[in-house]
Design a protein around this ligand. Structure first.
Ligand SMILES: Cc1cc2nc3c(=O)[nH]c(=O)nc-3n(C[C@H](O)[C@H](O)[C@H](O)COP(=O)(O)O)c2cc1C
Length: 352
C-alpha cells in the first residue's frame, strides 16, 4: 500500500506504538481486569486500564498483574477531575427520597475517587507505553514529565475544538469519541456534554482534517466493517469498549452481559442517573426514574453507591450500572484475542 492509504496509516500507527494490529482496548473504569488487557495485548492490540477508581497501590498491582501476563502495549487512563459542584439541599433530599423509593439508602456525598495527583505519580511509576486522559487535559508539568520518560499521551476528545486543544497541549494522539460510545462522554466541560451531537462517522473525518497527530476512533466499533470504515474516514486505529464486554476475560456480571447481547441501539440511553456525568448505559428502571433529576458529578456517583452495589449483588438489572454503546448487540461472547484479531483480518480484506 502506498503512503497515506488507510492500511498504511494503520500500519504506521502500529509501528509507532509497538502493536501488530490497530485496535486499542478502551480503558474502562472498574471493568478493565488485567486478564482482558493482556488478552488484547497478546493478540497484538493495546491493553487498557481504567484507573479512575484505583488508588496508587491498586494501579501498581494492576500493572504487575498485566506484566505477569503480557509484555505487550498498554494504556493507563485517568479522569481529569471536575471542580466540586455547588450543593443543593433540596435536590439532595429529592434524590434521597427517590433512592428510598427504590430500596436504597443515600450514599456518602463526601465520597470522591482516589487522589488524582497520587494516581498521576502511580502512572509514571508504572511506566505504561501510553497514559490517557479523559474529561480534560493534563497540566503542562505532568505532560513534560510523561515526555521525559517516553510515555505517550492519548487524549480523549469529543469535538474538533477539544482535539485542537489536545494537540496544542502536546498529545501524541487523540481518541475521538462519537455519540454511539458506551460509558461516559468525555466532554471537557460537563455542562456541554448534553449539547453534543457528533457521531463517530461525522467527528472522525472532521478531527482528522483539523489535527496532524493520529486519530483513534471510538464509539460503535464492534467488527471489521466498522474498523475498515473508521480507517477510511481518516483514523489510524480504533478504540473498542463494548465489543469486549461479553468476552470471558471481561468477567462481566452475567445480567449486564445478557443485557448487552439483547440491546438494540435505542435500548441504550445517555443518562446522568449513575454518576451525574453524561454516559451511555442500557435503559433501566433507574435511568427512567431519574430522568433529568440527577445530582451533579461526582455527587450522583456518591449518592448511588449503595444502590449500585446492592444491584450488583442481587443481579438486579433494573438498578445495575450497565454501560454499553449503541453497537452492543454486535458484541460476541468469544475470547478477546479472537475478537480483535478477526476485526483486523476482516478490515484488511475490506480495504485491500
Ligand atoms: C464500561 C465502560 C467503562 C468505561 N470507562 C472509561 C474510563 O474510565 N475512561 C475512558 O477514557 N473511557 C471509558 N470508557 C470508554 C471506552 O474506553 C471506549 O472509548 C468506548 O467504550 C468506545 O465505544 P464503544 O463502547 O461503542 O466501543 C468506558 C466504556 C465502557 C463501556
Amino acid at each position: 500500500m502506498g503512503a497515506g492509504t488507510p492500511l498504511a496509516r494503520a500500519r504506521d500507527f502500529c509501528a509507532r506504538f509497538g502493536l501488530r494490529l490497530p485496535v486499542v482496548m478502551g480503558p474502562m473504569a472498574s471493568v478493565s481486569p488485567p486478564t482482558l488487557a493482556a488478552a488484547v495485548a497478546n493478540a497484538g492490540g493495546m491493553g487498557g486500564c481504567g484507573a479512575l477508581m484505583l488508588d496508587a497501590r491498586a494501579i501498581a498491582a494492576w500493572m504487575a498483574a498485566f506484566r505477569a501476563a503480557s509484555n505487550g502495549a498498554v494504556q493507563i487512563n485517568t479522569w481529569i477531575p471536575d471542580p466540586d459542584p455547588p450543593r443543593d439541599a433540596a435536590a439532595e433530599a429529592r434524590m434521597a427520597a427517590l433512592l428510598a423509593a427504590h430500596g436504597a439508602a443515600m450514599g456518602d456525598l463526601d465520597a470522591r475517587p482516589p487522589d488524582f495527583a497520587a494516581q498521576c505519580d502511580a502512572i509514571l511509576a508504572a511506566a505504561p507505553q501510553v497514559a490517557s486522559s479523559i474529561m480534560g487535559l493534563w497540566p503542562a508539568p505532568f505532560v513534560a514529565e510523561l515526555k521525559r520518560r517516553g510515555i505517550a499521551w492519548f487524549a480523549n476528545v469529543t469535538s474538533v475544538e477539544e482535539a485542537r486543544a489536545a494537540e496544542d497541549a502536546g498529545a501524541d494522539a487523540v481518541v475521538v469519541s462519537g455519540l454511539e460510545a458506551g460509558g461516559h462522554r468525555g466532554a471537557f466541560d460537563a455542562a456541554a456534554a448534553g449539547r453534543q451531537a457528533g457521531t463517530t462517522l461525522v467527528l472522525v473525518p472532521l478531527v482528522a482534517d483539523a489535527v496532524r497527530i493520529p486519530v483513534i476512533a471510538a464509539g460503535g466499533i464492534a467488527d471489521g466493517r466498522a474498523l475498515a470504515a473508521v480507517l477510511a474516514l481518516g483514523a489510524s486505529a480504533a478504540q473498542v469498549g463494548t465489543a469486549l464486554l461479553r468476552t470471558p476475560e471481561a468477567s462481566l456480571h452475567p445480567a449486564w452481559a445478557d443485557a448487552i447481547a439483547r440491546s438494540a441501539p435505542e435500548d441504550t440511553v445517555q443518562t446522568r442517573a449513575f454518576s451525574g456525568r453524561l454516559a451511555r448505559a442500557i435503559r433501566s428502571r433507574w435511568t427512567e426514574a431519574v430522568g433529568e433529576d440527577a445530582l451533579p458529578y461526582p455527587l450522583q456517583r456518591a449518592a448511588t453507591a449503595p444502590l449500585r452495589d446492592a444491584a450488583m449483588r442481587a443481579g438486579d438489572a433494573g438498578h445495575m450500572q450497565m454501560w454499553a454503546g449503541q453497537a452492543a448487540r454486535l458484541a460476541r461472547a468469544e475470547p478477546a484475542g479472537d475478537v480483535v484479531a478477526r476485526m483486523w483480518r476482516d478490515a484488511q480484506s475490506l480495504l485491500a
